[in-house]
Design a protein around this ligand. Structure first.
Ligand code: ADP
Ligand code: MG
Ligand code: MG
Length: 946
């Protein structure tokens, strides 16, 4: 029978895949002797099984759970549903990767009318009664919301009504009597909503709660979060069941959340929040504004002292910044969770550098600690310092997630999405955010909330997404219903413009100018280490000197893809280009091309200048020609006039360019096959530009790379290459200069990948165009796939957009094939990738594993690619090392001797065999000889007789 359940003392931090992050760390904290209430973890495999069994928990798993309930009861000396010593538990989700707020947790489970009555009867302290009813109403509320999906709002309304009836502001001001009434109202509400009584049997409550946690793995917000964070659906969540400790017991109790370093800046200091007489979710939900953790020192000196020691222990143990959840019950500290804390990109860099300086981490480990996707935020704009100086804040909240944001005010997540979809920049202003708002938060430039601290939902999620966020601006008088608020004496409506600063927490009226972020300091240091450990080169996709310069600043080592067609769209050239397209004869076309040539040459010269001798790959004309011709009647008339052709003639040319499926049509090198003069012109431009730059900078050793797009057949590639080489060599002969150049091709059709050996023979390089390769391998178009891919995600047929994250099983397999075959037929071949995937971390890792020489991506993704490439190399190295170590560790001295003996024996046998066979052969040969001799004699004899 499989083991589906583990006591905390049976696990450890390495069992994260099985126990989830929360479970593994609860086990680890138990093992290192920290005060953790002792419970058990139901494995992630049980969750997967739950889904396999059609969303039911099978008897075997439930049987084990009940066995462990008994163990937990025994360990804690309390019993479920017991009237003397009742056990109350929390049931908590916890996946392999942390997904804050995405899944469900139920507290105070095990309460019912009898248990409540018994608990009160057993404790004469009148305050205790209040605590029991507080826990009871919390339980009904959470259970209804999380397990039975009765909306929170019904219960919140009842609380609000009670508070106003009693004339109090906070829930702590409600009396035992009030809470008792509330509990009753809650149960009535439950019955009203669901048509049945609230379940009173603690075991039934537990079963339903466990199921709810499993179910929450598949809720919509978790699905969105997973897709954004590359977390596979197949992982499942674990469930942790553990005894409650009560921060809401009295004023000697409380609950808190803390970080060992500042998650926004990385500064090494204890950061966090604490709430007296409260339970965990109160801090996170922003129900009351908590006190800073430092204040806890005055109120709970012993617990605080112990807590700072725990922080130190945990940091040393995990060698990383820790995010901890804890509770104080009657002045005694309990640890409820720890994990490597989520942090802003800026903080991640600082912490990694500091850990190296503190001797806790190696450079490689520091590089591996940074989530490359996070770097993005650092490269995004900040407020212009001058503009900021001139501005006066009209209000201030907490700087919960750094960066600058400005835009139009919207009040709902849906509006944020809708406005963003039509191209507006928005700032989402909310009382507080909840997990359902995640998509809307993503669509906003920034998020501003009225309630909630640094660890509120809005703050945590915004930091994870790299969105600027200001939280807890209590001065805002909010009227969400009518989509307006007032701040600093002014009323703001939907669509009004504001700016927020997620670093300082300042809020400004109107739009403030932003500037690009600087990438010095820790960023530079980490990137330096990344460059030291990566083996793949990183290039950029750039068509203009400005983009190329930006990319170089960000560390690009060359251009992997210059799309020449972009150069034809500018106003002064499109005319000539259209003239070329509408030519009736080759001569006419060549004449037009001659006019374009100097422009192209200049473009290339500027690019070469910007790249200062780094390699530049220039791709020849790729899109179908119809993209360049006008469609409007007026424009067609103008074109006809300037060409001196009839409108009908021009129209018929345009009509002739129409294709049913242009992406699979007359494009790429097919254009060069039909119009070789275009390739000739582009070759001349490349070579002439290189020659002229070479004269200026002989030290750069220019070696232009010409890339032919969309090859699917070796012969067509060879045909175009011959045109390129003839033209280039003629140019070189005429100039009498020395210049080396390369000609290669994109691999972006499945056929090119499958016949890469033939194509590779005559290519200096391959470059995977994974956008086209993906669309042609799947047979669906990038521009249309969006319409149906959502259905594929919903139905779990696909988990990721294959245009964003490389499909390794299909497209990746074609790539690997092409690499292997290409290199076999041409050992000099160098290979890269230049699709969108070149800047996606998991795709970069894959490229490293199949032995690519470089990845090429858009300028702002260059740092991400550098870091990803380094992480891939470090990981690969580690795995190699591990493989070696594990081999060594398996083979002890005794086995080694045995292996040696076996090898010796094998050698002796082989020698013996060789000798024997030589003898056999000799004997056989002699026999054969004798036989032949015999035959000959017989033959001669018979001749004689005749
Ligand atoms: P999340 O993953 O959303 O943080 P958790 O499972 O960590 O959810 O639970 C949220 C909060 O509930 C915790 O931070 C803690 O304060 C409180 N909590 C969970 N389990 C217990 C427990 N056994 N005793 C007291 N408080 C608990
Ligand atoms: Mg938690
Ligand atoms: Mg392409």
């Amino acid at each position: 029978m499989k083991k589906w359940v583990y006591l905390f003392n049976e696990g450890n931090a390495d069992m994260r895949n099985l126990l989830g992050g929360k479970g593994a760390n609860l086990a680890e904290m138990t093992n290192i002797g920290l005060p953790v209430p002792q419970g058990f973890t139901i494995t992630t495999e049980a969750c997967t099984q739950y889904y396999e069994d059609g969303r039911t928990i099978n008897e075997e798993i439930m049987g084990q759970v009940m066995e462990y309930v008994a163990k937990m009861e025994e360990y804690n000396g309390k019993k479920f549903g017991d009237l003397k010593n009742p056990l109350l538990v929390s049931v908590r989700s916890g996946a392999r990767a942390s997904m804050p707020g995405m899944m469900d947790t139920i507290l105070n489970l095990g309460l019912n009318e009898d248990v409540v009555a018994a608990m009160i009867a057993g404790n004469p302290d009148p305050k205790f009664e209040r605590f029991v009813y507080d826990s009871y109403r919390r339980f009904i509320q959470m259970f209804s919301d999380v397990v039975m999906e009765v909306g929170k709002k019904y219960f919140e309304k009842l609380i609000d009504d009670m508070k106003s009836e009693k004339g109090v502001k906070y829930d702590v001001d409600l009396t035992a009597e009030d809470l008792k009434k509330l509990a009753g109202q809650f149960k009535e509400e439950y019955k009203k909503q669901l048509g049945k009584d609230f379940p009173s049997d603690p075991v039934e409550q537990l079963k339903l709660a466990i199921e709810a946690v499993f179910r929450s793995w598949d809720n919509p917000r978790a699905n969105v979060y997973r897709r954004d964070n590359d977390i596979p659906y197949s992982w499942g969540t674990a469930v942790n069941v553990m005894p409650m400790v009560f921060g809401n017991l009295n004023n000697e109790s409380g609950t808190g959340v803390a970080f060992t370093r500042d998650p926004a800046t990385g500064e090494k200091k204890l950061m966090g929040e604490f709430l007296k007489n409260a339970q965990g979710e109160d801090v996170v939900a922003g129900v009351r504004t908590p006190m800073p953790i430092s204040q806890m020192e005055q109120e709970f000196p012993e617990a605080f002292e112990q807590f700072t020691q725990v922080c130190e222990t945990l940091e040393k143990h995990y060698r990383d910044m820790q995010d901890m959840e804890f509770t104080v019950e009657n002045r005694k500290l309990y640890m409820l969770q720890c994990r490597n804390g989520k942090r802003t990109a800026q903080a991640a860099l600082k912490i990694a550098c500091d850990l190296v300086d503190e001797g806790m981490r190696t450079e490689e480990e520091a590089v591996a600690m940074i989530d490359p996707r996070n770097l993005d935020t650092l490269l995004h704009p900040q407020f212009d310092t001058e503009a900021l100086k001139a501005a006066t804040p009209m209000g201030k909240g907490l700087g919960a997630s750094p960066g600058a944001a400005c835009g139009k005010i919207v009040f709902t997540a849906d509006d944020a999405q809708a406005w963003n979809a039509r191209g507006e920049q928005v700032v989402l202003v909310r009382l507080e955010t909840s997990p359902e708002d995640i998509t809307g938060m993503k669509s906003a430039q920034g998020i501003l909330t009225v309630r909630g601290g640094m660890t509120s939902h809005a703050a945590v999620v915004a930091r994870g997404m790299g969105r600027c966020c200001v939280s807890g601006c209590g001065d805002i008088i909010m009227d969400e219903e009518n989509k307006r608020f007032s701040l600093g004496g002014k009323e703001f409506h939907e669509g009004d413009e504001i700016s927020i600063d997620g670093t300082t927490g300042n809020i400004y009226d109107g739009l403030i100018k932003t500037v690009d972020a600087s990438i010095a300091g820790d960023f530079d240091r980490i990137m330096g280490w990344a460059d030291k450990y990566r083996t793949m080169k990183v290039r950029t996709n750039a068509d203009t000197p400005a983009d190329a310069k930006k990319a170089r600043e960000l560390g690009a080592e060359g251009i992997g893809l210059c799309r020449t067609e972009h150069m034809f769209f500018s106003e002064d050239r499109i005319e000539i280009f259209r003239e070329m397209i509408c030519s009736d004869t080759v001569e006419e076309r060549e004449k037009a091309l001659d006019k374009i040539l100097p422009y192209q040459q200049k473009d290339f010269e500027e690019l070469y200048e910007a790249l200062e001798g780094c390699p530049v790959t220039i791709r020849f004309l790729d899109p179908p020609l119809h993209e360049f011709v006008p469609q409007e009647e007026d424009d067609i008339r103008k074109l006809a006039f300037s060409l001196g052709k009839s409108i009908e003639r021009v129209k018929s040319i345009i009509a002739s360019l129409h294709e049913f499926n242009p992406m699979m049509g007359h494009r790429g090198l097919r254009l060069a096959v039909t119009y070789p003069e275009i390739a000739r012109m582009q070759t001349k431009a490349v070579i002439r530009a290189a020659l002229s730059i070479n004269k200026k900078h002989p030290e750069w050793n220019m070696k232009p790379e010409i890339m032919i797009p969309l090859t699917s057949e070796a012969k067509e590639y060879d045909y175009v290459k011959k045109i390129v080489v003839e033209t280039a060599d003629a140019e070189l002969n005429a100039s009498e200069e020395e210049l080396q150049y390369e000609v290669g091709t994109m691999i972006e059709t499945p056929r090119a990948a499958i016949t890469a050996d033939a194509i590779g023979k005559d290519a200096d390089f391959f470059c995977f165009g994974t956008n086209d390769l993906t669309q042609m391998t799947y047979g669906f178009s990038r521009d249309d796939a969006g319409k149906f891919l959502n259905a594929y995600y919903d139905k779990k047929i696909m988990e990721n957009d294959p245009f964003a994250k490389l499909d390794q099983e299909g497209v990746g397999r074609l790539m690997k094939m092409a690499v292997d075959m290409g290199k076999e037929s041409n050992t000099e071949l160098h290979i890269g990738i230049c699709g969108e995937h070149g800047g996606d971390p998991s795709s970069v890792e894959f490229c490293n594993s199949i032995g690519l020489d470089y990845v090429s991506c858009s300028p702002y993704r260059v740092p991400i690619a550098r870091l990803s490439a380094a992480q891939a190399a470090i990981k690969q190295n580690e795995e190699k090392q591990k493989a070696k170590c594990s081999w060594k560790s398996v083979v002890d001295e005794d086995t080694k001797q045995k292996l040696k003996d076996a090898a010796d024996r094998a050698q002796a046998v082989a020698k013996d065999l060789a000798e024997t066979s030589a003898e056999v052969a000799k004997a056989g040969l002699a026999g054969l000889k004798a036989g032949i001799e015999e035959a000959r004699r017989a033959f001669n004899e018979s001749i004689k007789k005749d």
